[in-house]
Structures are given as structure tokens and as C-alpha cells.
Design a protein around this ligand. Structure first.
Ligand SMILES: [Fe+2]
Ligand SMILES: [Fe+2]
Length: 257
């Protein structure tokens, strides 16, 4: 089977490029299952109820979040009632769930998210310890981890730590696609960062004039999405052997329009 994972969909331009590209890729590549990171879908910060429904209308099976999980208040209206929205598993005492197990034609696909601790909120539980816990408690044929972290080293170390135990480790959060997609020695499909889906001309999605002003002039304007210019669509396609449930291939997609 083929699983498409789309990197952080960012605000209006992200939704537009997502709509333009998803249907074509699904048809051309015969995609069976779609996962999208939605932590930036609503004005760059979180996912509101309307955009959750928009993802479902696009045919997305599971939506992952990240450090922006709870920035739209309306997420509390539904996150505890649905089984296809995933926030970081190693968050403690928050709403929602850290994994989703979906039965796809008799194959159990578990999608979960861990958040890194390096250069992020370090009060969360260890993603390494919590992954061991999850593997002991959640039975599945396929495990796909969205590892939402800032540093390349933490993501790469995590990939090696669970090589052979997870089907895929797909990095998100830095919004820049890395060129290291590969199958690790024991069979885990890995990429340090899938990249983002949204404006190309901002600074990881945010209006470039605001961010440049921060660095150059110590500016204090609040973040607004980049709403004009080119777009990027970043994703990976995983090929999984239906019998062995092992990943056989990971290909990147990077579309600039
Ligand atoms: Fe993001
Ligand atoms: Fe993030």
C-alpha cells in the first residue's frame, strides 16, 4: 500500500496548494491512506473546527498537530470526540489523544506523534521513553511516527533508536524539507523533515517582512502568515509491503508553484 504524508499545511496558501496537488497525487500514485500535519492550517496557528472538516472533505485519514495544537480554542469542541486527530503523545494532562489506530482493509495503521525536547518546551516527557510505552501498549501492524522537533540530531537519533520497531519516522516542525529520505538498516523509513505546505516566500510560513524586521531592527510586530507569492507542497510517499508490513520505499514530493 501507499501512504502519503503531507508536511505542515500553513494557512490560506497552504490550503490552496493542498487542494491543487492532493487529488492529482492521489490518482497518479494510487495512494491508499493520507496523513497531514495540520498544526498551522488555521492562520498559521493551530486547527479550528472548520479546517478540521475541510481536511476530512479533502480525503485525509489522520491529522497530526504539534506545538501549536491548542492555539485555536474551537479544537476543544471536538478533539476528545474524534479518533483521527493526533497531538503529541508525550504531552501530559492535555485534551485529545497522542495516537490513532485505523483499520484499513484489515491492516491496523497506528499514527502517533512525539514532540522533541531540544530547543523546545523541555517539560514534556521523554519521547524515547514514551515511544517504548506506546509500543508496549498499542498493538498494530504499522506504526508511523510524526516526530515534531527542532534539531536534526534529535530526530536522527530517534530514527536509529527505533529502527526496525517503527514502520516510519517522519520529521516535522522545521518546515524545510531535508534531502535524507531513506530506509534505515533495520527497515524503518526515515526523513529528518518532510517540509511544509504553504507559502514559499515567507520565513517558514510567516510574512517575511515581519521576521526580517525582527532580526534586523529588533521589530515586535506579531506574526502573520505570508499570504502572497509562490507556494510549496512538501510530502513523502511511503510504500509498504502488505504482507510483511515493512516499508520498502520512501519518496519525497516537492512542488513549487
Ligand atoms: Fe509547523
Ligand atoms: Fe511546530
Amino acid at each position: 500500500m501507499k501512504i502519503l504524508f503531507v508536511g505542515d499545511v500553513f494557512s490560506k496558501l497552504g490550503r490552496e496548494t493542498f487542494e491543487r496537488n492532493l487529488r492529482r497525487i492521489k490518482e497518479n500514485e494510487k495512494i491508499n491512506f493520507v496523513i497531514a500535519n495540520g498544526e498551522n492550517v488555521s492562520h498559521g496557528k493551530g486547527m479550528n473546527e472548520g479546517h478540521y472538516k475541510w481536511f476530512l472533505n479533502q480525503g485525509v485519514n489522520v491529522i497530526t498537530l504539534g506545538n501549536h495544537s491548542f492555539q485555536q480554542r474551537s479544537i476543544y469542541n471536538f478533539i476528545d470526540d474524534v479518533n483521527n486527530v493526533v497531538r503529541p503523545y508525550n504531552y501530559n494532562d492535555v485534551a485529545g489523544k497522542g495516537y490513532a489506530t485505523i483499520n484499513y482493509n484489515g491492516i491496523k495503521i497506528t499514527v502517533f506523534q512525539m514532540i522533541g525536547r531540544v530547543l523546545m518546551d523541555e517539560s514534556v516527557s521523554s519521547p524515547f521513553e514514551k515511544t517504548k510505552e506506546l509500543l508496549e501498549n498499542v498493538e498494530s501492524d504499522i506504526y508511523i511516527c510524526d516526530f515534531h522537533a527542532e534539531t536534526t540530531s534529535e530526530k536522527i537519533a530517534y530514527g536509529y533508536a527505533f529502527d526496525g520497531k517503527l514502520t516510519a519516522v517522519l520529521g516535522t516542525h522545521t518546515h524545510v524539507q531535508t534531502r535524507d529520505a531513506r530506509i534505515l538498516d533495520n527497515g524503518t523509513a526515515f526523513i529528518t523533515d518532510v517540509g511544509m505546505t504553504g507559502p514559499l516566500d515567507g520565513v517558514i510560513g510567516v510574512d517575511k517582512t515581519i521576521i526580517v524586521d525582527r532580526y534586523v531592527n529588533n521589530g515586535k510586530h506579531r506574526f502573520e502568515p505570508q499570504e502572497a507569492g509562490k507556494t510549496q507542497f512538501c510530502a513523502v510517499i511511503l510504500e509498504i509491503n502488505d504482507l510483511t508490513k515493512k516499508a520498502t520505499k520512501i519518496d519525497t514530493i516537492y512542488v513549487i508553484e
